[in-house]
Design a protein around this ligand. Structure first.
Ligand code: SAM
Length: 444
């Protein structure tokens, strides 16, 4: 985490004040062939974007927190590697450097500002100030305003050149390490420092609203049922299983109870839990985010279906870490999700199940990486569980749509070199997957 800290020394009457601005970058996953979508626009290659946490605190109490993107991180930018840039900044050949050259996005710049004044002899002079400026484009992400129309800006003025350069050096190093697939390890992050009321409340509101009508029918699908039951085979009969993001518990908790397990559930939505408690009065439930669960080595197994793999990379990482703690060493985890749109990543604030939510999507490979990257889990099995009929129906839908588009296109541009769609060459369409993983024995 890149940190700038300003300390007002204590005196006889006042204890000291520590003001801190922190920027914590996270990699988003995504591949170069995927588009990155944000704020209604889509461009860039999805692998070149990062998510940042921006945290402003006084005396270790957060007074401001948000998440936003930096787009278009080009890992070869001179600012990342070339000390010459810093030298040019120091000697006045350049007046600033930083990240963020596109909209909508976060920009982070360290700059020299010259304020003109007349001295006693009426000669032109300059005051030189150094400032660190962080600007998060919120409009395009949350408010659906145009790029650059809404932003939250934090400006730290009058900082020393050395402090500013050091902040930028730390940030550069962190962004650079993301390019090597090194993401923040949740064990190193102070507890609670990624809490974000926005994502929590917007999702809670949505899930509360859909609680009455939400229904899943997982076990009518044989590939999903097979992998779910394969996960259970390794969990001792009567063992204790935690369902994370359990919703109202139907059909997953019902199946676990039928098979003789003891079950506990955790969920963000009080309304989902009201229904779950009515249905399963002997199951214990907690109304918590996965990322704030405090269980320690209590469960033989844990599962999460259609819940965790829709969290953004920050919440997913913290949640997996809390599940690691909740499981006994060598305990087994089952995850299930859809990769809803394999052709793009981005747009975390979107309408999902007809409600605004803060959500993300992972491919199976990305989910596997999130589980394994810090050594907390070993993936035993990862499998596409889309039923064959659903795959065929998906391809047919894609083909019909593509054919319709093509026929219109060729009418307008008869000489177009664009090839007609081929049903045998369908792109990767949305698919469902299941993952069985085992908690590694190591202590965090
Ligand atoms: C799509 S529903 C799935 C419910 C259930 N697992 C199922 O498959 O039927 C997602 C559930 O995850 C819960 N949820 C979303 N984010 C969560 C989080 N960060 N921590 C805990 N629960 C969460 C929601 O409240 C909702 O009940």
């Amino acid at each position: 985490m890149a940190t700038y800290e300003h300390r007002l020394a204590e005196n006889e009457d006042n204890p000291s004040i520590v003001e801190r601005i922190e920027v914590r970058p996270w990699r988003l996953g995504g591949k170069s062939h995927q588009e990155f979508v944000v704020g209604g626009g889509s461009n860039f290659d999805a692998s070149g974007n990062i998510l940042v946490e921006i945290i402003y605190s006084v005396n270790d109490v957060q007074i401001f927190y948000t998440r936003n993107f930096i787009h278009h991180i080009d890992y070869g930018l001179p600012v990342l590697e070339d000390d010459d840039w810093i030298e040019k900044f120091r000697n006045g050949e350049r007046d600033g450097y930083g990240f963020g050259d596109m909209l909508p996005e976060t920009s982070i710049f360290f700059q020299r500002e010259k304020q003109p004044y007349k001295d006693a002899n009426n000669e032109d002079q300059f005051h030189i100030n150094y400032s660190l400026e962080i600007s998060a484009d919120t409009g395009a992400i949350f408010g659906k305003a145009g790029p650059g129309q809404r932003s939250i800006e934090i400006k730290i003025k009058h900082i020393s050149i050395e402090d500013g350069i050091e902040f930028m050096r730390q940030l550069t190093e962190e962004i650079d390490s993301l390019s090597l697939e090194k993401h923040p390890d949740p064990a190193d992050i102070p507890s609670g420092s990624s809490d974000w009321p926005f994502a929590r409340l917007v999702n809670q509101k949505a899930y509360d609203k859909i609680a009455m009508n939400y229904s899943e029918d997982y076990f009518s699908e044989s590939p999903l049922t097979e992998i779910f039951d394969a996960w259970l085979k390794d969990i001792p009969t009567g063992g204790h299983i935690l369902d994370v993001g359990c919703g109202h518990g139907q059909p997953v908790i019902a199946r676990l109870l039928e098979k003789g397990y003891t079950v506990s559930g955790a969920d963000l939505s009080p309304k989902m839990l009201e229904k779950a408690k009515d249905r399963f009065p002997n199951v214990s439930f907690v109304n918590q985010l996965a990322s704030e669960m405090t269980y320690e080595s209590e469960f033989d197994g844990a599962c999460s279906l259609s819940s965790l793999l829709y969290l953004d990379p920050i919440d997913l990482s913290h949640s997996l870490y809390r599940i690691y703690h909740a499981l006994k060493p060598n305990g087994f985890l089952f995850l299930h999700a859809y990769d809803l749109h394999p052709r793009w990543r981005g747009e975390p604030y979107q309408v999902d199940i007809k409600e605004w939510m803060w959500v993300w999507t992972y491919g199976m490979d990305e989910a596997v990486q999130a589980l394994e990257e810090h050594g907390y889990f070993k993936v035993l099995k990862a499998q596409d569980v889309t039923p064959e009929e659903e795959k065929h129906a998906g391809i047919e839908r894609w083909y019909n749509g593509a054919k319709e588009w093509y026929e219109e296109h060729i009418k307008q541009f008869p000489a177009s070199p664009y090839p007609a769609p081929d049903i045998n060459k369908a792109p990767r369409l949305s698919y469902k997957y299941g993952i069985i993983a085992q908690r590694r024995a190591k202590e965090a």
